[in-house]
Write a protein that binds this ligand. Structure first.
Ligand SMILES: Nc1ncnc2c1ncn2[C@@H]1O[C@H](COP(=O)(O)OP(=O)(O)OP(=O)(O)O)[C@@H](O)[C@H]1O
Length: 559
């Protein structure tokens, strides 16, 4: 049993002022007038967002009283409140004034935030823009943050069990996948960390604080110097972001990997109370990633063997993929999400009976769901030592995957081009053709629970691709160039192998003609662009990472 009430009481993290008589928060005459005129809260046109008066929110939070203060973050103070009109309990975020925007600008940003809706995101229910006051009103999430539960548990609270941890990771991955893959345009979270993952009463995670960077300090008319808010949070920020401000969807994947490591180890992303070489969680974990035998030593001691070694190995493997130095080598969050969906399966004894076998090779991650008693796990190729690489390739999972995964980036580049041209219809709708293809294919075949030798194989392929996009939301320009240069040199070296790969491709097609493609949960939209070019470069060095194709197959494990 976990005890959420431990974290339900309001807390004051940074503020020491009492707001009862805070002049700044005094309702303005115009607010009073509006409240008197309109009994009901206005609805923002075309959205479900409510427009609150300052007075309504002042009433809800007892005039922003200290006892209602939940805490203070990089964007301002957050108060717990109860809306008088509906009785709904809300969290009211009062944005700092130095990030102040004009009314129109603020509303445009808020309206786009209001479109985001997913069970694993904290729901924005409304806002207030009155005079120089900017407030956001969210659903109140009663269970506290992951940070509270993992790192600051109350003495009478039991530690979170393994399955719960994996379920939290899975839910957080779903929320992030929504922002990256489903939101249009995609949203880079920027500041994913344990304190921004709020937990509901049933431990369902909700990501908070997303999409606020345009409203907070560091933006707007009164631009501040590069603030800690803009630079993310140390210990969670991807190296490319910390070094040069290069921000992509893969920076979020890095931060996610750090959170997953926290869940696995029970350690903080940054813990200055530990010895020097253990203070930064990722730096501490990197050498261990190379030695799967040491994975059990990484597990949070409070879990005391109440976890499956296989599950642990797989979770560590996923985390190690996510926190790789090279952004391009990190998996997409959608792939991480699929892997975690298996690891988070609840079982009676808390030990999953089916765990995915992951393998990582040539920018490709395969996941096989197996009921075999295999503890095998392979770290990403970038992390494996030469010895490990060769031993992995002779292991069981290698027999599952090696034949398919030896195909190089160039070959997939070619395939992708073919797919692109065949998918583009006259009206430009490419998803329909795939949909039609799906309708023609045989219906999904369920996994046979009794067939121990059956596996579910999900395969994602990546390829380097020349691309020309300019969505600034996908990347900042500053240090993209170095990324592009390194990718294009790799791309060149691949060309030399073209003939060999052609042969491999033909062989592979023959080998797998018998495999029944039962289901594909991915659409062509998944062939997304994850890096954009340096617009200023004007050359064709900009190579981008594409996911070419995902497949889900049921196949027999070869013994
Ligand atoms: N919707 C919400 N429901 C319940 N509590 C919330 C909600 N949003 C924020 N809080 C709490 O309010 C406090 C301040 O949150 P906020 O997100 O502003 O800052 P933070 O996450 O602590 O720091 P940072 O701004 O650096 O991310 C935290 O304790 C947070 O858990």
């Amino acid at each position: 049993m976990h005890c959420f009430p431990c974290f339900s009481s309001p807390k004051n993290k940074k503020s020491s002022t009492t707001n009862e008589t805070n002049d700044n928060n005094e309702p303005r005459p115009s607010d009073r007038r509006r409240t008197e005129e309109t009994e009901e809260t206005e609805q923002s046109e075309g959205t479900s967002l409510k427009i609150f008066t300052f007075r309504e929110l002042a009433t809800a939070t007892k005039n922003f009283r200290q006892e209602c203060l939940l805490g203070e973050g990089g964007f301002g103070r957050v108060y717990k409140g109860t809306l008088k009109s509906t009785g709904q309990v809300v969290a009211v975020k009062q944005l700092d004034k130095h990030g102040l925007h004009g009314n129109k600008e603020f509303q445009a940003e808020v309206l786009s935030l209001g479109q985001l809706d997913h069970p694993n995101l904290v729901k924005l229910i409304g806002y207030c823009a009155d005079g120089d006051q900017r407030l956001l009103v969210y659903d109140y999430i009663s269970g506290g943050s992951l940070q509270d539960h993992l790192h600051e548990p109350k003495p009478d609270c039991e530690p979170m069990d393994w399955t719960t941890r994996m379920q939290i990771a899975y839910g957080a991955a779903q929320g992030l996948d929504y922002l990256h893959d489903k939101a249009n345009p995609p949203v880079i979270y920027r500041d994913l960390k344990a304190s921004n993952i709020l937990l509901d009463d049933d431990f369902s995670p909700k990501l908070s604080d997303f999409g606020l960077h345009k409203l907070g300090p560091g933006t707007g008319d009164k631009m501040m110097a590069l603030s800690s808010r803009v630079m993310g949070t140390y210990g969670y920020s991807a190296p490319e972001y910390t070094r040069g401000g290069n921000l992509t969807l893969k920076s979020d994947v890095y931060s996610f990997g750090v959170v997953l490591l926290e869940l696995i180890t029970g350690r903080r992303a940054l813990d200055t109370t530990r010895p020097n070489d253990e203070q930064n969680l990722v730096s501490w974990a990197q050498p261990i990633f190379r030695d799967p035998k040491k994975y059990p030593d990484m597990a949070d001691p409070v879990l005391k063997n109440k976890l499956s070694e296989r599950g642990l190995n797989q979770a560590v493997a996923i985390a190690s993929m996510c926190v790789q130095e090279e952004a391009a080598a990190r998996p997409l969050i959608s792939d991480v999400m699929v892997a975690l969906s298996f690891l988070s399966m609840p079982t009676e004894d808390g030990i999953p009976t089916a765990v995915p076998i992951l393998s990582f090779k040539d920018k490709s991650m395969s996941i096989a769901l197996s009921r075999h008693d295999s503890n095998l796990v392979s770290p990403p190729p970038e992390l494996a030592t030469e010895d490990e690489k060769s031993s992995t390739s002779s292991g069981e999972e290698s027999s599952l995957d090696s034949e398919k995964e030896s195909v190089s980036k160039n070959k997939y580049k070619k395939k992708h081009e073919e797919e692109d041209s065949s998918m583009e219809s006259d009206d430009g709708s490419d998803s329909n053709s795939e949909h039609e293809k799906d309708q023609d294919s045989p219906p999904p075949k369920p996994i046979d629970e009794k067939n121990q030798a059956q596996s579910l194989k999900i395969k994602y392929r990546y390829s380097w691709e020349d691309i020309d996009v300019s969505d600034e939301r996908l990347s900042s320009k500053s240090s993209q160039k170095s990324n592009d240069e390194s990718t294009s040199s790799r791309y060149d070296s691949d060309r030399d192998q073209e003939e060999k790969e052609k042969e491999e491709e033909e062989e592979e097609e023959e080998e797998h003609s018998h495999i029944e493609h039962i289901h594909s949960s991915k659409t062509d939209d998944d062939q997304s662009v994850y890096f954009d070019n340096d617009d200023d470069s004007g050359d064709d060095n900009g190579a981008s990472l594409h996911r070419i194709k995902s497949e889900v197959e049921i196949d027999s494990i070869k013994e």
